[in-house]
Write a protein that binds this ligand. Structure first.
Ligand code: ADP
Ligand code: SF4
Length: 689
């Protein structure tokens, strides 16, 4: 049962006219599904209700058609016909006594209106500020527009009540919500009663809160989400001014929801930010108000959560990513199962669901956003099928997740790993700069496997096809991973990179194996996610003179989708790494590399002692291929199925591997679905012609 030192986390806390059953507060977070996949998004929230969260919020909800952020997919509440899909979400949120909250966003200077084609409206006439630098400007709201906007908020609030929500969060954080745009002198350059002094800049939010309170405040609570620091210096809404604002408006909302400046700041990845990284910015704000305060900080440790409450920093422990990685976090604390918490690793792959408008993924929780689509529950597997024994070859994220899923279903599972230690790529990558938290992918699964009696783990066991055929397993799953190519094949070079002379060539695997280049080193990044930047950082720390060359316009280009790119660039620049963008490596020469401009092919040279090729990876399929070729021996060996999953099937980020492992575990002994789509989806209903 629950450790008494966590009791404080389970105290009920009042929010305006309502009471939350505990202090676990799932702050609004996007998921990539939004209005396109309403039932998938609703069920994802419903699973969190089951997992014990006291307050559960939607993602941002576009509350009026004059402000939307296409191409990003959030929720929409533009008219009554949007109510049923958000009502489904509210209904799922409230199933286990949680309060259901909806975040209303009017995106102002952040909404380019690419879908509705409306002229964007903002406090001041300035260019729209988006990730995509859309060539669109906003018109400044005049007094009539402000009156309209206040009415639109009331209309939206009434629709929220009809949909069954308990709380309304007014979004004024991350640079995304109009309340911040009014509060900040950077985006509010008005000279009327809505601009200038802090009191004037606060006028709009005061009016909207009063309007909504009049309309629905008897039954609903109103929360205000503001940035802790706009991080653009004195001109922006600084932490000092946030404190003045709270002091001036202490009782304005029923709860203060404090988030950091930009989304990049707020959702800092573990590579750059520790747990509770916002503590200094939050501390003391609670003393300025009689209303409860929630803050975030990638909280995964209940001890840190308790400290936040005991020390009076926060009343509610706000979690987005930790609630994605483990929707059952509160229940596990309540049941005294701390070791069972599947801790967020802070990789921000979940964020890519929103950034790419795909379907959200989580490295640690492969069931995320598949709760409705595939019927996957984060804590419960489907029942065991008729077969008994499964061999998993490889103990990377794919192999360990497959083993865990199968063992939970009740199969006898054996995991064979060639290396001395388990964990595959994460056992190696966790030793790279900034990636230690990623080791939790292996730690969580190995601990869980250790609790089960039907799993055998075999380290230092490189298996051959002969070995495998000799064992007599009914099912064999090869999760044998991949290795980095040394021939430079990736995107720029589809065949081996031209090479003259004997320039020493290294790969990330060499570096992880401790074979490091010395002296002046070119890191050639044609992979574009984290590895190139991480290797450059490591080599710079070891005293190499490093130049990172990439054909992309950004260093670690894809990490823009995990909100890390700016931090990667800053860290490399601080480490003295020379960054050469829009430039390929055309050829390797005896004493350096020949470069080429990505646009003009203009050639250049960089003299160096060695090059690290961060190109692509080659799947490890030899054992699989041999077993396939020997299919006529399967029957005698008792082998009924053979699978290839994870990086061994096709290299990708770790989240792809845990997904593949989970899917394998779910599907074993399942019906043959033939050509049918393997998940449910919603198709837009046709209006009458
Ligand atoms: P994934 O990301 O798909 O899980 P990893 O590269 O992390 O892949 O893990 C693959 C693991 O499989 C590595 O630890 C590797 O040592 C192991 N492995 C590869 N080939 C064999 C083999 N023939 N027998 C046992 N283990 C193997
Ligand atoms: Fe945490 Fe990564 Fe999962 Fe996001 S994807 S919740 S950062 S483990």
């Amino acid at each position: 049962m629950r450790d008494p030192r966590y009791d404080i986390l389970f105290e009920p806390v009042r929010i305006g006219p309502l009471t939350a059953k505990n202090r676990f507060y799932q702050v609004p977070h996007c998921n990539g599904g939004g209005y396109r996949d309403p039932s998938a998004a609703a069920e994802m929230r419903g699973v969190k209700a089951e997992g014990g969260w006291g307050v559960i919020f939607t993602e941002q909800t576009e509350m009026h058609h004059t402000s939307e952020i296409t191409p990003f997919i959030e929720l929409r509440l533009w008219e009554d016909q949007d109510i049923p899909s958000i009502a489904r979400m509210a209904e799922r949120m409230k199933t286990h006594g949680a309060l259901a909250g909806i975040q209303l966003a009017y995106s102002g200077i952040n909404g380019p209106n690419m879908y509705t084609k409306e002229v964007p409206l903002a406090p001041s006439a300035l260019p729209i500020r988006t990730f995509t630098n859309d060539p669109v400007q906003a018109r400044a709201l005049d007094r009539r527009d402000i009156a309209d906007l206040r009415r639109w908020f009331v209309n939206a609030a009434r629709r929220c009540r009809t949909a069954g929500f308990d709380l309304i969060c007014l979004y004024g954080a991350h640079g995304f919500g109009i309340f911040q745009h009014f509060l900040s002198r950077a985006t509010n350059q008005r000279s009327d009663e809505y601009g200038g002094s802090l009191e004037n800049r606060s006028r709009f939010v005061r009016e909207v809160v009063a309007d909504i309170r009049d309309a629905v405040g008897d039954t609903m609570a109103i929360t205000l989400r503001v940035s802790l620091d706009e991080t653009i210096g004195d001109l922006g809404f600084s932490n000092a001014e946030v404190r003045d604002f709270v002091a001036l408006n202490a009782d304005l909302p029923d709860l203060w929801d404090l988030a950091h400046g930009t989304w990049e700041d707020c959702s800092g990845p573990s590579r750059f930010k520790e747990e509770a990284a916002q503590e200094a910015l939050v501390k003391g704000i609670r003393d300025l108000t009689g209303k409860p305060v929630v803050g975030v900080g990638r909280f995964t440790s209940p001890d840190t959560m308790v400290r936040m409450v005991r020390q009076g920093v926060l009343d509610f422990v706000g979690c987005a990513r930790p609630s994605i990685a483990d929707p059952f976090l509160p229940l596990k604390v309540e049941e005294g199962r701390i070791e069972d918490i599947r801790e967020c690793i802070g990789c921000n792959i979940c964020v890519t669901g929103d950034m790419i408008q795909g379907m959200g993924r989580c490295t640690q929780n492969p069931t995320w956003m598949e709760e409705w689509r595939r019927g996957w529950h984060p804590e419960r597997m489907n029942p065991k099928g008729p077969s008994e024994r499964v061999l998993i070859v490889g103990s990377g994220p794919a192999g360990l997740e497959a083993a865990l899923g199968l063992a939970r279903r009740g199969y006898e599972v054996a995991v064979a790993e060639a290396r001395e230690s388990f964990g595959g790529r994460v056992a190696r990558e966790r030793l790279l700069p900034g990636l230690s938290a990623w080791g939790r992918v292996a730690d969580y699964r190995l601990y869980q496997l250790g609790q089960l009696g039907n799993v055998s783990l075999y380290p230092a066991s490189p298996l051959t096809a002969d070995d495998i055929l000799g064992f007599g397993f009914e099912h064999v799953c090869l999760a044998t991973g991949s290795h980095w190519r040394a021939d430079g094949v990736a995107r720029q070079h589809v065949v081996q990179i031209p090479r003259e002379g004997a320039l020493p060539v290294f790969t990330p695997d060499d570096v992880m194996d401790g074979r490091l280049p010395t002296g002046t080193v070119v890191v050639y990044d044609d992979d574009h996610y984290y590895m190139g930047g991480v290797i450059a950082e490591l080599l710079a720390a070891r005293g190499c003179n490093v130049t990172l060359v990439t054909p992309a316009p950004y260093v670690s280009d894809w990490s823009r989708n995990t909100l890390e790119q700016g931090a990667v660039h800053r860290r490399l620049a601080a480490a003295g790494v020379a960054i050469v963008l829009n430039t390929g490596v055309a050829a390797l020469q005896a004493d350096g590399v020949e470069t080429n401009c990505a646009y003009t092919d203009a050639r250049g040279r960089i003299t160096c002692d060695a090059v690290v090729l961060v190109a692509s990876r080659r799947s490890e399929t030899a054992v699989h291929d041999e077993l396939r070729a020997r299919a006529d021996e399967w029957a005698d060996a008792g082998l009924r199925s053979l699978a290839l999953i994870g990086d061994a099937a096709a290299p990708a980020p770790i989240a792809w591997a845990t997904f593949a492992g989970h899917r394998y575990a779910r599907d074993l002994d399942g019906p043959d679905r033939g050509d049918a789509l393997p998940f449910r989806r919603e198709v837009t209903a046709l209006a009458p012609a």
